[in-house]
Write a protein that binds this ligand. Structure first.
Ligand code: 9WO
Length: 251
């Protein structure tokens, strides 16, 4: 998978991508990442990438020509067909399903805007898709681009170690994660659930699935409304609800 990021701040993207899962994927050549600075493609002495908005108003708008040239150069750097994505609050909301969809492209060109936005003519001429990571305004598209790169990279084959894959599965399954515990066995009168110390892996797996279902029901019931539960899962969730209600009446 290849990512090309069009950005006025290549250091932000390059620095973050050195570390963790994404960093290892790049070292292992499972992912290629290159940044392209629109400022390189300016021709005036001031290397101007922004200008005042037509119609007036505060702030600056990113000029269309340097961005087009940066995107063209990125496209020419590889033969793989590229999907050009603009990160903005106006885009389609990113979720794990969207991540799976994006991960199927051999190559993504990610456009990270700055200032008050980009010239609208760039959207119509060069951008294929617009994606948002949530309903808030940031100072640029670099962090959203890194969020997308991180989440897509994790889904690529052989990127996660064997130990991490099971965790990933629970998200793909549309449920929240089950609770985690490590040593010590008791902390401030709170003990680790007995089943996790039993060594019975079958029982532990069932407990974890039940907790995942229960946590999802408690914290994100909307996720369950869009999901078909197996007979076994429905039974586990019923048990969780009964235990939860029994606990509540005791209080
Ligand atoms: C700036 C601004 C100032 C006054 C009134 C409205 C305004 N909107 C913006 C704005 O949207 N600026 C953007 C900053 C321009 C493109 C890059 N920026 C950005 C991207 N902010 N937030 C994102 C983003 C991208 C993806 N998902 C969530 C947020």
């Amino acid at each position: 998978m290849r990512f090309d990021v069009i950005t006025l701040f290549p250091e932000i993207v390059e620095h973050s991508a050195l570390m963790g899962v994404v960093g290892r994927a790049i070292t292992d050549d499972k992912v290629q990442l290159k940044t392209w600075n629109p400022r390189t493609y300016t021709e005036d002495v001031h290397r101007t990438v922004d200008d005042r908005p037509f119609g007036g108003g505060p702030g600056m708008v990113m000029k269309v020509e340097p961005l087009v040239k940066a995107i063209q150069s990125a496209k020419k750097a590889s033969d793989a067909p590229a999907n050009v994505i603009y990160l903005s609050p106006q885009g389609r909301r990113l979720d794990q399903q969207g991540i799976k969809y994006l991960a199927a492209f051999p190559r993504l060109i990610l456009l990270a805007g700055r200032y008050e936005g980009i010239d609208e003519r760039l959207l119509t001429s060069c951008v294929d898709e617009e994606w948002s990571i949530g309903d808030y305004v940031l100072s640029g598209g670099e962090l959203p681009a890194l969020v997308l790169i991180d989440a897509v990279t994790r889904t690529l084959p052989n990127v996660l170690g064997h130990d991490d894959s099971a965790v990933e599965d629970s998200f793909v399954d549309g449920l929240l994660d089950h609770p985690h515990f490590t040593r010590p066995e008791t902390f401030e009168d709170n003990s680790v659930p007995e089943v996790l110390l039993s060594g019975d892996h079958q029982k532990i797996a069932v407990w974890r699935e039940k907790q995942a279902l229960g946590k999802t029901w408690q914290k994100r019931p909307d996720l369950l409304h869009n999901k078909e539960l197996s007979e076994h899962q429905a039974l586990l969730l019923d048990e969780f609800k009964k235990e939860f209600k029994a606990l509540k009446t005791k209080e």
